[in-house]
Design a binder for this molecule. Sequence first.
Ligand SMILES: Nc1ncnc2c1ncn2[C@@H]1O[C@H](COP(=O)(O)OP(=O)(O)OP(=O)(O)O)[C@@H](O)[C@H]1O
Length: 625
Amino acid sequence: MEFDTFAERGEAIAAEPGALDTVALVADALTAAGGATPASGGDTEGAGPAADDDLAIVARFLRGAVFPGWDGRTLSVGPSLCHAALARAAGANVTAGDIEDRLAETGEIGAVAAGLDLGGQTGLGAFAGGDATGGAGDDDLTVRDVYDELVAVAEATGDGSESFREDALFGLFTRAGPVEAKYLARLVLGEMRIGVGSGTLRDATAAAFLGASVTTPTEERDDDDDRTGELVALVERALQVTNDHGRVARIARDEGESGLREVSLSVGRPVRSMLAQAGTVADALDAWDAVAVETKYDGARVQIHYEDRVDDEEGEDGATPADPADGPVSIYSRNMEDVTAALPELVEHVREHATAPAILDGEAVAVDDDGEPLPFQEILRRFRRKHDVDRMREEVRVELRAFDCLHAGGDDLLDAPLTGRHERLSAVLGEGVSELRVSDDAEEIEAFEAAALAAGHEGVMLKRPESTYDPGNRGREWLKRKPDVETLDLVVTGAEWGEGRRAELFGTFEVSVRVDDGDGERDADESVDSGAAYATVGNVATGITDEELADLTERLEPHVRAESGQSVTVAPEVVFEVGYEEIQTSPTYESGHALRFPRFLAVREDKAPEAADSLARVRRLASDE
Ligand SMILES: Nc1ncnc2c1ncn2[C@@H]1O[C@H](COP(=O)(O)OP(=O)(O)OP(=O)(O)O)[C@@H](O)[C@H]1O
């Protein structure tokens, strides 16, 4: 597919207000991208699509993603690099500063890119491979050209990789016409802004390739007695298992329903984590006959994949390889980032105890010398660390608390009941496994909770004993019960420079909630700019030490999008855990709410902005108060 065709379809989708018509437009785009069905069936297994088929690429691009969800590769392109590449492509008269000024005016990089004369002024379009007519946009840039170039950008490492990335983007921009440039800039920065969430793409896949009808919104259908509901559920299931919209679209097209039914988990490819809602013991006992109660560990979520393969690097004595990333154990964060190298104790633990290939779910916790839990902030000093792992290992001890098992010894367990999965977990790992107590006695459950709190844990999890594992879902099958601490996980979207002695550091941070339904789709929300993904809810300036301010400044500076006086706007990259006393309605912030007495608690290293708290949650909390 030509990239300008993709961009025009993006424009049409963005302009369509109706959810069902959006699904129909996305389904058309998928069908158009697939072209003729490849006889070979193509590469449905691998990360890269077959050479004659753009379906997988287009399915991901529509969501603003270049790679599948399970794939750890990232472009490593921040706003400043993108601005520099755009400025170069726009010719000698335009600087990165000009791009930032325009961004401050328009508020959106796509609009800025579309307004530039890229490659046109200097004939760079011809230089970069354009046809005889020269100017930008005349070149037949395809979605595959863009994909291939972005793969090269993602895979560039070492000295010179930064300039390689800039050159590659410059090359792409010089080949782009205005609408293409708009979608290129958005894609590169991961902000597609056309309102295509995971649910839309799922429904469109079912409509395009399985014959599902697009007449009733998925949420209003009864899945049990509706054929379309059945097909949508099948696609949803395949998405949960593969975590790859591109691959699922291809399987739906090439192998139909039976192909989707056969999709299974792969050890080594992370799955989205099942999540919890807040709830009480009374809620749990009202809803279920019995409750499976478990300690809520205050650590960072980890998903551990154990491949049980012979390790090339392994010495004859079976010693751990020097680099844990080379071994049979891979550990992923909740964002599906590979954190194996940061947590060698967990690698060693699993190598020592696991008896079969497995996918385990659990929490990495920091503990003191007696094995007692340390606060959450301590695990964050170890999590995602790339340097000084051995030194930090001496300072902060980390242990595994595994609480679920998604796959063991060749069996996918997503559909098995929780208690059965937990038994498999105990059988496959043995050590470092949570205690899961099933009880229908409120007093016994409360005594379990009191003991967990007394031991320094965060609270308890209450789970339905028969619940299946629902990747990515924040349903009511798992409830979290914590004593009353009011915190929200909010995205930093702006900051202000400090004063006096702190003039070189940010002093105040603007924090925002997510304006979507949890999988990237926007709320139907008229009071908030419908293109915005985040809405402000407060400014945080207290609870931060000087050392933390320096760290936060260093961390946020590369993401600054625009500066005006003391204030900067920041790309949504960093999530803060913020404590507060109350939520009030307020016209001051875009969300229509304000936090009273917000204070900084920690950076949620383990959370991506898409996993931050939503506007819907803040509204719920506000109305409960
Ligand atoms: N026994 C357990 N079972 C499931 N999750 C647990 C358990 N112990 C600790 N956790 C942690 O609790 C989280 C469940 O709460 P939730 O889904 O709301 O995530 P969260 O937003 O990170 O919550 P929080 O900020 O309260 O940790 C899990 O993601 C996991 O990291």
